[in-house]
Structure formats: structure tokens, C-alpha cells
Design a protein around this ligand. Structure first.
Ligand SMILES: Nc1ncnc2c1ncn2[C@@H]1O[C@H](COP(=O)(O)OP(=O)(O)O)[C@@H](O)[C@H]1O
Ligand code: SF4
Ligand SMILES: [Mg+2]
Length: 458
């Protein structure tokens, strides 16, 4: 018996299995290629700013994600990694995203940074509104300088100097006068800035340099793979300043890099500045990554499992550092982790994801003291605590459904012990259980009101 026949036999009837014939794979690949070509073309299309500049729905947010769908077009079918996520990040807050491995946390963060690997990975629908504080530009696309003004509000003029510092003269021998640009404490020229809301999902990918590193930055799980092994820490840190601060010199970049290393609690920053990544420990490398994320003075830091690769004592130090930074930077943090303990310590708001969808969100207190979704309740129960002694931790039975063939009913149904008849029907809508608490579960829909008890049991 041929290998494929045997495979088919062992997998039962074809219609019940995930087995695909070569012909089917080809058909899927053809269909995917068409969609990917269209989406890639759109990604690189030059378009006027008016097509992707928008407004926030609530001015107190720095980021608003609405109905985000990010898919991977594979030959086995379309993986709906993020399938309709809607959430906000308020200004100056930490939002935690929690969920088991493969539920779409990283794909959500990569979508916000527009780092999904094309052509297979694509944002196919939705908006990601980000409130940026961007440089103002003139018709030619150049930054607009801020000029010094006298007490009457008139622009102050100064003599134009050449490269050697000598005054430039006009044909009549008179000194050429130019408006005097305001400078900051480092002597760098100040340019006009303005608050602008970008819809990142619609932004041409070539424009993302305006946001990445400067307005939003990312700290990844494994610092060794994010740092370049052939450059010193100093070279890599300086680059951020040289890239994002107009007119920055090498000396200024070095000064700022050392400041950043100091800020993230690195002793002897000059020595670390001159080191290569392999010379540092894991915790130090993660501190360097955080320093790098801070160097562009971003308004949003996305930390994707920032402590997962570190041992427990270093984890605690890095979390303390994030907590401290939150008060120092005038920005917000999106903290992604599968660890509820990390979320409890850090987050103001919590988003619970399951199989590419948000199934519950609320303040940290609501999610921890009054979890509504049976999955969130299961997550809570599976967490070891200091107070209770138990031989065996609670385990949520079953597995996450196949991401290529998602059912059209609640994705948690096969694992849920609280199923009601309705659960075989449509996917549940988000139900509001308090002004800040939302849950996608049929148990909370109005026709079927359920008393929510504070001990987390329904
Ligand atoms: N490059 C890829 N190609 C196909 N599927 C992918 C790819 N990257 C991620 N996925 C799928 O997307 C889903 C979400 O992944 P991810 O966001 O990385 O999960 P996590 O919540 O663990 O961060 C998973 O089912 C994963 O298999
Ligand atoms: S909708 Fe039904 S199956 Fe889904 S979590 Fe709620 S009770 Fe369980
Ligand atoms: Mg991940």
C-alpha cells in the first residue's frame, strides 16, 4: 500500500480528516497567491496621507485596535491567527495580553508593528489607530524648524555661517541673515511636531519608519536573537538615536546610549557600551534590549514575553524595571505573556485571547477577582497559589481547535464544562458585564442572564 493511501486509511474518510490531496494543495496555493499578490501590492502602494490619517474614537487612548484580522496563507489553508480582535490601550497604562501558546498574541503585536512576514502573513481587515506625535512637514516633505521669537513675537534673525564658521556674504558684501532655529539642551535644532492619528493597518509599509523605534518599539522574548552579534552594544544603541533624532552627532548618541543603559539599571554602562552581546548575561541583554526600545523615546512599548527566556530572579528584576519605567516614560506598555502572575503584577487592563479571538477583557481586578469566561476561570484555577496546597494543578481538558478549520460556534465549546444549548449556535458576541468588563460567552447574554458571583464561579 502506498504511503498516501495508508495515510488516508489511517485518517479515516477524507471528508472527516485534514488530509489534502496534491491537487487540493495546488488549488489552495493558486487561490492564496492571488490574494497575497493583491495584499502585497496594496502594502507597497504609494498613497496620500489622507488615506491613512484618521481620528481616535476616544482621545484618552494611544492605540485602538478594531476588528483586526491577520491571516497566514499557507498551502494547507488559511490560518486565521488573529480573527477579529478589538481592544484599546489607554494613555499611560499597561495592558496585558494573556492566553496559551498559539492563541495569536505575537501575531497581534507583529501586526501593530507591521512586522508580519509577507507575503504569507497579512493583515486582511481591521484598523489599528495609533496616536503619534510626529514631525510636521512642508509641501516638499521636509521637517519645519521652530524659530526663536522676540518679545513682540517676531522671528529672530542671525548671520548665516559657512562650514568653517565664517559669515556668508551676498554679492554686495553684506552678511546673509537667516531665521534663528530654536535648539534643545544638546544644541540640536527643534522642529515642529503635531499629534496625528495613523491607521497603521492602512499605512504604506515604507512609511512605518516614522513610527517604528521612534513612536513605538518592541522588546522580544529572546534578546540574543534580536541583538546583532557582530556589533558592540554601543554601536547598536547609538544607531537608534542617529536614526531618530534629527541632527544627532556621534557624541550625542553615545551620551544618550550611556544614559539609557544607566536608566535600565546597568552598572558600569561605559564597559557594557563597548561590549559585544555574547559577553553579557541573558538578564543584561534583556536590559540592553529595553534600553534600545527606550532610546527613540517611544509612546508605546510592546513587550512580547519579555521575561520568558530568563530565570525567575532575573524575571523579577526585569518586571520591576518595567514597572519603574512606566512611571518615568510618558507612554504605555502592551505586555504580552502566557504567565498570569506577570500580568497580575504589572497590568492595569487585561485582555484574554483564545484561538485568535479576544474572549474576555477588563481591568486587572475584574479579570482576577471576577473572571467570567469559563476559559479565564480555568486559567485562574490552573495557577499555583501560596495559600492552597494541592497535589495536582487544574488542567483545562482538550486542545485548541485547528487554526485552519475553525468552527463557527464558540471555539471553546469542545473544552467547556458549562455549555448550554445555545453554544452550538453562532459564535457568541461580546457582552458588557461592567463599564470596563467584556466577555464573549453565551452564558452572559441578556436572554439568558446569569448572576455573576465575585468568587469567579458562574
Ligand atoms: N509564519 C507563520 N505561518 C503560519 N502560521 C503561523 C505563522 N506564525 C504564526 N502562525 C500561527 O498563528 C497562530 C498564532 O501564533 P502566535 O501569535 O505566534 O501565538 P502566541 O500566542 O503563542 O504568540 C498559531 O496558530 C501559529 O501556528
Ligand atoms: S459560549 Fe458556551 S461553550 Fe463557549 S465558553 Fe460560554 S458556555 Fe462555554
Ligand atoms: Mg508568542
Amino acid at each position: 500500500m502506498g504511503v498516501f493511501k495508508l495515510f488516508k486509511k489511517n485518517n479515516g474518510e477524507k471528508k472527516n480528516s485534514h488530509y489534502l490531496s496534491g491537487k487540493e494543495i495546488k488549488a489552495i496555493a493558486r487561490e492564496n497567491a492571488k490574494i497575497m499578490r493583491r495584499l502585497e501590492k496594496e502594502k507597497y502602494r504609494k498613497k496620500p496621507e489622507s488615506e491613512y490619517v484618521t481620528e481616535m474614537q476616544d482621545d484618552n487612548n494611544i492605540l485602538e485596535v478594531e476588528n483586526l484580522h491577520s491571516y497566514f496563507f499557507t498551502d494547507q489553508g488559511v490560518v486565521k491567527a488573529v480573527n477579529g480582535a478589538t481592544f484599546n490601550i489607554p494613555l499611560n497604562s499597561t495592558v496585558g495580553v494573556v492566553g496559551e501558546s498559539g492563541c495569536g498574541k505575537s501575531v497581534t503585536s507583529m501586526s501593530i508593528m507591521r512586522l508580519l512576514q509577507g507575503p504569507t502573513g497579512q493583515i486582511v481587515e481591521g484598523s489599528i489607530r495609533f496616536k503619534a506625535y510626529d514631525f510636521k512637514r512642508d509641501e516638499k516633505g521636509d521637517y519645519i524648524p521652530v524659530y526663536e521669537r522676540d518679545e513682540n513675537g517676531e522671528i529672530v534673525y542671525e548671520q548665516k555661517l559657512d562650514k568653517k564658521g565664517k559669515p556668508v556674504l551676498d554679492k554686495a558684501g553684506n552678511p546673509v541673515m537667516i531665521p534663528k532655529q530654536k535648539t534643545d539642551e544638546h544644541g540640536l535644532g527643534i522642529f515642529e511636531k503635531e499629534e496625528k492619528v495613523f491607521d497603521i493597518a492602512k499605512m504604506p509599509i515604507d512609511e512605518m519608519y516614522r513610527l517604528r523605534g521612534r513612536q513605538m518599539s518592541m522588546v522580544f522574548q529572546e534578546p540574543m536573537t534580536s541583538l546583532n552579534p557582530v556589533f558592540t552594544i554601543g554601536d547598536q544603541l547609538d544607531e537608534v538615536t542617529l536614526l531618530h533624532v534629527p541632527g544627532a552627532t556621534k557624541e550625542l548618541a553615545k551620551k544618550r546610549s550611556i544614559e539609557m543603559l544607566n536608566m535600565v539599571g546597568i552598572a558600569m554602562p561605559e564597559r557594557v557600551y563597548a561590549s559585544f552581546p555574547h559577553e553579557l548575561s541573558g538578564g543584561m541583554r534583556q536590559r540592553v534590549m529595553i534600553a534600545m526600545a527606550l532610546a527613540g523615546e517611544p509612546r508605546l512599548i510592546i513587550a512580547d514575553e519579555p521575561t520568558t527566556a530568563l530565570d525567575v530572579t532575573i524575571q523579577a528584576q526585569i518586571l520591576d524595571l518595567f514597572n519603574d519605567l512606566k512611571h518615568r516614560i510618558n507612554g504605555s506598555i502592551l505586555l504580552i505573556t502566557h504567565d498570569l502572575g506577570v500580568i497580575a503584577e504589572m497590568a492595569d487592563y487585561v485582555i484574554v485571547m483564545y484561538a485568535g479571538r479576544i474572549i474576555e477583557q477588563g481591568t486587572a481586578s475584574e479579570i482576577f477577582h471576577n473572571p467570567c469566561h469559563p476559559y479565564t476561570q480555568g486559567l485562574q484555577k490552573s495557577k499555583p497559589t501560596m495559600k492552597s496546597s494541592t497535589d495536582k494543578l487544574f488542567n483545562i481538558p482538550g486542545n485548541v481547535p485547528n487554526p485552519v478549520n475553525m468552527p463557527n460556534y464558540c471555539y471553546f465549546k469542545e473544552r467547556c464544562s458549562k455549555c448550554v444549548e445555545k453554544c452550538s449556535g453562532d459564535y457568541p458576541c461580546m457582552v458588557q458585564v461592567s463599564p470596563t468588563h467584556f466577555v464573549a460567552c453565551h452564558l452572559y447574554e441578556e436572554e439568558n442572564p446569569v448572576e455573576v458571583k465575585t468568587d469567579g464561579e458562574v
